[in-house]
Design a protein around this ligand. Structure first.
Ligand SMILES: *Cc1c(COP(=O)(O)O)cnc(C)c1O
Length: 393
């Protein structure tokens, strides 16, 4: 390759894209006309709530929204976020200094290390996990140290296994509960321990709460910021994407420690120019809706979960019932790798699922199913697995 077009090391050192082979097979199957059941992607299949769409329709016609927005977001948007946090989590936030709007939470997660991480600094990252924590760290020249989240520990990292020398070099620890890909929730004791460590070693705790509203059995998870001392050490990332079926709109926010947010804002003000104000108006509408408007959405995912968990367990997998999120993490019978399972699901049953090792080495031996199709299709998926005896049962 021409030296000019050779990619920078920060790009070439990104982990290989493990889903490439599955994607290729998926395209092949589609072109053969296979009736695919796609449980691969984490993107809600139902539309944005109608009042939010209606609010955007009006807002885009207003010329005052056609100019550059502010970097941090309109004060009315940040106030709506603070009000929502108060209502939903009983957490008080100052909208002026403790809320920053994001162009989707992925943007903020990716940018955070640029504000705080120098070469030689460590970022602690849960594994298997959302790939952006590592990509952002790599782009900032930091060193990712992965914290395995294992079934035997309830899918929470075991902090006792992290050497003190590593904690001393740590600038940021990312955590993500409700968890993608496992659907696990964290305990109070776990959050309290994480906050104590962040406070002792002086690192930033960055909690990704993208799935806090997609919960089951009427049991809403808490905010990380509702624990004592949390705001002194960290921030929480949130997103309208999963809560209001708004993945395409790109609206999220970060809340919590004002100094951490001011660092993030320094990066952002040099890299982007904020969220389109019309979308902020629509987001205010979304955040101001009564919480009960989300009940039908939660009921929809719960019905799907309650079809797929027992279904998979009846055909030789060991599926974990998520406490929140729309993912189902399933252990494979011993001897079957994640990739072999994903390939045979696709080739023999026309089912797209995500191999667990794509989220990190500790995901080997698992497959992730997204609950993004209706119950009849999920039943069909289970029957296809049974017919072909893919997992022995
Ligand atoms: C979907 C997701 C996000 C949010 O993405 P947006 O950029 O807000 O759409 C953040 N974290 C995790 C773990 C996710 O799965």
């Amino acid at each position: 390759m021409d030296a000019k077009t050779r990619f920078a090391k920060r790009i070439t050192s990104l982990p290989p894209y493990l889903f490439a082979r599955i994607d290729e097979k998926k395209r092949e199957a589609l072109s053969r006309g296979v009736d695919l059941i796609n449980l691969g992607i984490g993107d809600p299949d139902t539309p944005t709530l109608p009042p939010v769409v209606a609010s955007a329709q009006v807002a885009v016609t207003r010329p005052e929204h056609h100019q550059y927005p502010s970097y941090e977001g309109m004060l009315s948007f940040r106030t709506a976020v603070a009000d929502w946090y108060k209502r939903r989590f009983s957490v008080s936030l100052d909208p002026k200094s403790e809320v920053v709007g994001l162009i989707g939470s992925k943007e903020g997660i990716g940018h955070l290390p640029l504000a705080f991480v120098d070469p030689g600094d460590v970022v602690l990252i849960p594994e298997p996990g959302y790939p952006v924590y590592h990509a952002g760290t790599l782009f900032a020249g930091g060193e990712s140290v992965f914290m395995p989240i294992l079934e035997k520990n309830g899918f929470m990292p075991d902090f006792d296994r992290i050497p003190e020398a590593v904690f001393k070099r740590t600038k940021i620890m990312f955590l993500n509960y409700p968890n993608n890909p496992t659907g696990a929730l964290a305990t109070d004791a776990f959050f309290e321990k994480a906050i104590a460590l962040a406070s002792r070693y002086g690192f930033i705790l960055a909690h990704d709460a993208a799935y806090s509203e997609i919960y089951y059995d009427g049991r809403p998870p808490k905010s990380f910021l509702s624990y004592p001392g949390a705001k002194e050490v960290g921030i929480e990332f949130h997103s309208l994407s999963k809560t209001y079926n708004m993945t395409g709109w790109r609206v999220g926010f970060a809340v919590g420690n004002a100094s951490v947010l001011s660092g993030l804002l320094k990066v952002k003000s040099n890299m982007d120019s904020g969220i389109f104000q019309a979308l902020q108006e629509a987001s205010i509408t979304a955040l101001s809706l009564a919480d009960s408007v989300l009940d039908p959405l939660r009921a929809l995912y719960q019905e799907r979960r309650d079809v797929l968990v027992p279904g998979l367990n009846s055909v030789g997998l060991r599926a974990f019932s998520p406490g929140a999120s729309f993912y189902l993490w399933a252990a494979l019978p011993t001897g079957i790798t994640s990739e072999a399972a994903a390939l045979s699901l696709l080739d023999r049953a026309g089912i797209v699922a995500t191999p667990g090792n794509g989220f990190g080495p500790s995901g080997e031996g698992y497959v992730r199913f997204a609950l993004t199709v209706g119950p009849d299709r999920l039943k069909e998926a289970v029957e296809r697995i049974r017919t072909h005896r893919l997992f022995g049962a």
